[in-house]
Design a protein around this ligand. Structure first.
Ligand SMILES: C[S@@+](CC[C@H](N)C(=O)[O-])C[C@H]1O[C@@H](n2cnc3c(N)ncnc32)[C@H](O)[C@@H]1O
Length: 254
């Protein structure tokens, strides 16, 4: 979904979108189903749900925010995919009050686990919504990226606080309730019965580079996108990424 009209916005989504699109295409080929059932938990206003629906899939978005669901509805109409997107008010912790367990080929959980009161239970529910061998796309805030960005901004005490804090928060003013290391995130996924097929670092450089460098140099955004894509799968860079993406497949017998 890299957006040629908004190249800076593409830096936030390009790596995850490429992985997600390839994964859904692969699932289409292996199942023989042209149209997949996709659940986007905490899908908000549809940054991923709308492009997934544009691929032809049926998408259910569960989100507790009525404002986000309203924006989703508007965006779906504008993109001409309203017939393939359903917005439902609900919470990851009460997911099966609003959707059927075991009913989805793919479940997205992007930028949500940070905010859920009990991430292990939230993730178990998210995975419980998958069909056997269904795919999980999990995106969550990375600890190392936050430590690095606080340090590079000169907030050394906050960087050290984030390192020491069990939730990875840099202080009272930190808007993110929780961050994860790769080990924490993959352990949560595995304990919930999903095999990890890939881990990607997301926004490894993009949040550290001064905006002026990216906005004024011709071709800089495209080069930075290529650099992000090249580094995303290199484990050495995962520990400094702003976000971590885990792709998984539900055990067939789980
Ligand atoms: C950072 S936004 C991410 C939105 C979207 N997934 C994306 O990637 O653009 C976090 C979303 O999680 C939702 N959220 C917060 N707590 C939640 C919970 N307990 N269960 C499900 N969604 C939740 C918020 O309403 C918000 O839409």
């Amino acid at each position: 979904m890299p957006d040629p009209m908004r190249p800076r916005a593409s830096l936030r989504t390009a790596v995850v979108w490429d992985v997600l699109q390839n994964t859904l295409d692969h699932r289409v080929k292996t199942t023989g189903q042209a149209q997949l059932d996709v659940l986007d938990t905490g899908g908000g206003s549809g940054h991923f749900a709308v492009p997934v629906a544009r691929l032809g899939h049926r998408v259910t978005v569960v989100d507790p925010s009525p404002n986000a669901l309203f924006a989703l509805e508007r965006r779906a109409v504008e993109a001409d995919v309203a017939d393939r997107i359903q917005g439902v008010q609900g919470d990851a912790l009460g997911l099966f009050d609003v959707v059927e367990p075991g009913g989805y080929d793919a479940v997205l959980c992007h930028g949500v686990l940070e905010y859920v009161d009990d991430p292990a239970e939230g993730l178990r529910n998210v995975i419980g919504a998958l069909r056997p061998s269904g795919v999980l796309s999990l995106l969550a805030a990375g600890l190392g990226g936050a430590v690095l960005s606080r340090a590079l901004a000169g907030h050394f005490a906050e960087a050290r606080q984030a390192l020491a804090d069990p939730e990875g928060r840099w202080g009272e003013g930190d808007p993110v309730p929780r961050r994860f290391t790769v080990e924490q995130l993959t352990a949560l996924v595995q304990r919930a019965g999903v095999r990890v097929s890939a881990v990607h670092g997301v926004r490894i450089f993009a949040d550290l580079v001064p905006g002026a460098l990216v906005d004024t140099e011709p071709g800089a955004v495209a080069d930075l996108l290529r650099l992000e894509a090249a580094a995303a799968e290199v484990p050495a860079f995962h520990s400094i990424a702003t976000q971590l993406h885990v792709l998984g497949e539900k055990e067939a017998e789980a």
